[in-house]
Design a binder for this molecule. Structure first.
Ligand code: MTE
Length: 494
């Protein structure tokens, strides 16, 4: 008998989340005047600071810095600018036809808008830092087409209930505030939604377990910008707005002012990812990055920040990124608007989660195991709000008994290195920082005998607040924050 592994269920239906923009499909083809933004958006070398390279040179396979240039222009099988107008370009006929994209990304909502994750095995193989071409993408509509000139003149308006409203250019941000670089894992609230959709179709499309990625984000602290504009005493919320044009207005959401001014939360206004200008899909030229919270709070193509007495009034601030009560089915949720406006159901911090990356679903283990008596099960885990994952446990008997996995925290390596005033990265200094804003990796060595004698591998994690991944799925109408035990089923082949 040879073991093979497969997901809990193998047939998944894909469907688009109702709030995405079907109307933007079929926009006029613009590839004729598609301009080459690729070369113009790159920041000059060095790609990463020498001190960082030196420090991590001896590191093992879990890359702590991006492997080589993340530019897909350097990869053999990536589309080139001219290939983008080829008949085969998957984006042909969409407003995004001008954007070259890594063909290894799995498109989750058909052609457009672009919503993708890498295959989990590819993402895991990247190591700690994800190259920006394999970084997951969640776009509600077309990517704003911003050329170098518009980017150079990009204006971030900061206004509302404050003493010193202002408009900042990228140059202002780079020169008037401390520039910092921080490793941050972004996670879509829909990560692992596929499993919820198998139980009952939710309003959202089927993310696998690769709806997350990690990058070195460079920018300035939001707290510094807020200190500069002096919020007045009526300000309670900070509202952020992007430049994308969606059917119900621009994308926007907000943070509580008390959180946004807390430097420990490390929210940044960022223009670079892994040492290069943001890719168009990731918010070029400017985005908010909110560590420890769901990705939906990290507004891309950021052009407006408003101090306000009320939370964001943007359509998707209310109609997205909510965990509605379980009894509410998708139809009721769609019809009864009141649920979406209940502030109790908003999602801010991520919940603790983990997944098995090796063995991969459908992986056949026979030849591998014939050579070795043991097999290493591997995966990732993360928690929200800056909390550390304190344990990862594995069960081979569906949760009756558990064993501890070994955890590696690559983020901690950044606490041992520091540099200041690097021309690209600014300052990196995490020595005094106790929060965890990145994923960690776990592993567990198992004998062939145990795999042969069991039917499933189950993993769960716990965080510093002792929050434990639940046994049962909390199915909800948006299919968000799915974090029940992750299972890989072992099939015994004759
Ligand atoms: N910002 C704008 N302006 N428009 C968007 O569609 N999507 C949000 C967020 N910021 C979005 C946005 C969501 S839901 C997620 S999960 C993250 O961006 C994804 O960031 P990424 O595409 O860079 O991975």
């Amino acid at each position: 008998m040879l073991p093979a592994v497969s997901p809990l269920s193998s047939s998944y239906s894909l469907s688009e989340y109702s709030s995405t923009s079907p109307s933007s499909v079929g926009h006029e083809l613009q590839e004729e005047n598609a301009i080459s933004q690729r070369s113009s958006v790159r920041l000059p070398s060095p790609f990463y600071p020498p001190s960082l390279v030196q420090k991590f040179q001896e590191c093992d396979s879990q890359a702590l810095i991006p492997r080589g240039l993340p530019s897909y222009l350097n990869l053999p099988n990536m589309p080139t600018e001219s290939a983008c107008s080829d008949i085969d370009s998957p984006d042909l006929g969409t407003p995004d036809a001008w954007i070259p994209r890594d063909p290894r990304l799995v498109r989750l909502t058909g052609k457009h808008p672009f919503n993708t994750e890498a295959k989990l095995r590819d993402l895991y193989a990247e190591g700690f830092i994800t190259s920006s071409n394999l970084f997951f993408v969640r776009n509600h509509g077309a990517v704003p087409k911003i050329d170098q000139e518009r980017a150079d003149n990009w204006q971030l308006k900061v206004h509302g209930l404050c003493a010193n409203p202002t408009t900042l250019t990228l140059e202002d941000l780079r020169t008037k505030f401390q520039v910092v670089t921080i490793p941050i894992t972004l996670v879509c609230a829909g990560n692992r939604r596929k499993e919820q959709n198998v139980v009952q179709q939710s309003l959202g499309f089927s993310w696998g377990a690769a709806g997350l990625s990690t990058a070195l984000f460079t920018g300035v602290y939001l707290a510094d910008i807020l200190a500069f504009v002096h919020p007045n005493r009526w300000a309670k919320h900070v509202v952020f707005e992007g430049a994308d044009e969606l059917p119900n207005g621009p994308y926007g959401t907000s943070q509580l002012l008390s959180w946004a001014t807390d430097a420990q939360k490390r929210m940044i206004i960022s223009w670079a990812m892994n040492g290069l200008a943001l890719e168009p899909d990731h918010g070029y030229p400017l985005r908010l990055v909110v560590p420890g919270q769901i990705g939906g709070r990290s507004v891309k193509w950021l052009n407006r920040i408003e101090l306000s007495s009320v939370e964001s009034q943007h359509h998707l601030h209310f109609h997205d990124n909510k965990v509605l009560p379980m009894p509410l089915g998708p139809d009721q949720a769609r019809k009864e608007k009141k649920w979406w406006y209940d502030p109790r159901y908003i999602i801010r911090d991520l919940n603790v989660n983990s997944a098995i990356a090796q063995p991969d679903h459908e992986e056949i283990l026979d030849t591998l195991l014939a050579l070795r008596p043991t097999y290493t099960i591997k995966g990732y885990a993360y928690a929200g709000g800056g909390r550390r994952v304190t344990r990862v446990e594995i069960s081979f008997d569906s949760g009756t008994t558990w064993e501890l996995a070994f955890i590696k925290y690559p983020e901690d390596a950044y606490r041992t290195v520091s540099f200041a005033s690097d021309p690209i990265y600014g300052d990196l200094d995490m020595r005094e920082v106790d929060t965890c804003f990145c994923w960690c990796f776990w592993s567990f060595e198992v004998s062939l005998e145990r795999l042969k004698n069991n039917n499933a591998i189950v993993v769960r994690g716990m965080d510093e607040a002792l929050a434990l991944q639940p046994r049962d799925m909390y199915w909800n109408a948006t299919g968000m924050m799915n974090n029940w035990w992750f299972r890989v089923v072992i099939h015994h082949l004759e």
